[in-house]
Ligand binder design. Structure first.
Ligand SMILES: Cc1cc2nc3c(=O)[nH]c(=O)nc-3n(C[C@H](O)[C@H](O)[C@H](O)COP(=O)(O)OP(=O)(O)OC[C@H]3O[C@@H](n4cnc5c(N)ncnc54)[C@H](O)[C@@H]3O)c2cc1C
Length: 366
């Protein structure tokens, strides 16, 4: 008799499995995909959408359509709990779903500081789809008056977001401001050349970079930093680091230090062989992996192979994270910074390479 495979979250690591649901169906197994939206948004193009370089349709996958046209079931809901003993997922709606085999690709969520008072005009860089709402609201107000947009976070997501808000505001007639609060140091985990190139591009497009300290609280759109200084902004976008959902820990599953589902080289939970996972929500036991889409994409073929093999009682494949990856930031105004091993490049060409790769990825899976 066929088994029930449940994909919790239709993120980047499930792309190949979702494209091959018909293969699993042909083997007489059932497939259910659970996600909070009928679409999955490609994060690599999220800042570009915020800056109005892309429209939502350019950067999203029609998950529900793709699942249903292959005979799978799509449930629009969020997983909020898992009981690995009875093999049951608990959903936000209160419903439950049983599985024989489950794979988690639920991504990560932005760390949010203490917020008091109004939450209006405060956004996080994830979920990516909310960046579109940020764009339309910023554009609408910036057409009537000068606005101040505060982007908080000194990593790539903060830098890309600030640069693209700069692009968005460049088209308005009032003298609006973008301030990037980059902790104590912009892109501190990156080589000096990448940091200098990024800083130059951001400053040239009018982004003011502040490196006095970390955000501790927001009270009615007033930001307070641990250095003691305070700033008021019309819009706040938080890119203050990410963490996986807490439900792995709550379920008593083994997790990494960040709370991500611990998986072995087969991308499988060491405690429960019928639990797999990929992307930002896992902690890869063999070596910590950066939370970048590159790894989620590389995990795809192994995850698909292993899920199918598990259903069929065949042998599993090991995941090889591979070597150094190509990194390109889209810093707005068609300017990018590219790094691969020792090679670095910045400017329009770097942006164009990223744009080409991202559009190709979309057309391959859309
Ligand atoms: C602004 C920004 C720009 C970035 N740019 C790049 C880049 O250019 N290149 C790069 O390599 N990395 C980039 N990253 C990092 C990249 O976003 C992540 O590493 C990547 O998204 C991980 O893929 P994922 O599928 O694990 O998670 P996600 O992309 O977050 O996908 C998770 C999916 O699961 C769904 N989901 C979430 N919670 C639940 C739940 N509880 N139940 C069911 N479904 C759920 C979501 O709706 C989503 O569809 C960027 C990150 C940000 C924030």
């Amino acid at each position: 008799m066929g088994k029930h495979l449940v994909l919790a979250g239709g993120g980047h690591a499930h792309m190949v499995t979702m494209a091959n649901i018909h293969v699993i169906r042909d083997l007489d197994h059932r497939v259910t995909v659970i996600g909070p939206s009928d679409y999955h948004y490609y994060s690599g193009m999220g800042p570009g959408m915020l800056g109005s370089g892309y429209e939502p349709d350019d950067i999203r996958f029609a998950t529900r359509k793709k699942v249903e046209e292959q005979g799978g079931t799509f449930i629009r809901d969020s997983v909020v709990g898992v009981d690995p003993v009875v093999r049951e997922l608990r959903l936000e709606s209160g419903n439950t779903v049983n599985y024989d085999l489950v794979s988690f690709n639920t991504g990560s969520h932005v760390d949010i500081p203490l917020i008091k008072g109004s939450r209006e005009r405060i956004y996080t860089v994830k979920p990516i789809e909310r960046l579109y709402q940020a764009r339309t609201e910023i554009e609408a107000l910036a057409r009537q008056q000068a606005v101040t947009v505060a982007v908080v976070g000194g990593g790539p997501a903060g830098a890309e977001t600030a640069g693209n808000v700069g692009q968005l505001l460049a088209g308005t007639s009032f003298s609006s401001r973008v301030i990037l609060f980059a902790g104590r140091s912009l892109l501190s985990r990156f080589p000096q050349g990448v940091r200098d190139k990024s800083r130059r591009i951001l400053e040239k497009s009018g982004v003011s970079i502040q490196e006095q300290g970390h955000l501790i609280a927001i009270h009615d759109n007033r930001l307070s930093f641990d250095s003691g200084h305070e700033v008021e902004a019309d819009f706040i976008i938080l890119a203050t680091g990410v963490h996986p959902s807490p439900f792995f820990r709550e379920a008593g599953l083994q997790t990494g230090p960040d709370g991500g589902l611990l998986v072995n080289r087969f991308l499988q939970s060491p405690d429960y062989p019928e639990i797999f996972g990929g992307g930002d929500c896992i902690y890869y036991k063999e070596q910590p992996l950066d939370k970048v889409g590159v790894y989620a994409v590389r995990e795809n073929p192994v995850l698909f192979h292993n899920l199918k093999a598990f259903l069929q009682g065949e042998s599993l494949q090991s995941f090889d994270p591979g070597g150094d990856y190509l990194l390109i930031f889209n810093l707005g105004n068609e300017q990018g910074v590219l790094r691969k091993k020792w090679f670095q490049m910045s400017g329009t060409m770097a942006f164009r390479v990223k744009d080409w790769i991202d559009r190709k990825f979309m057309s391959d899976f859309q």
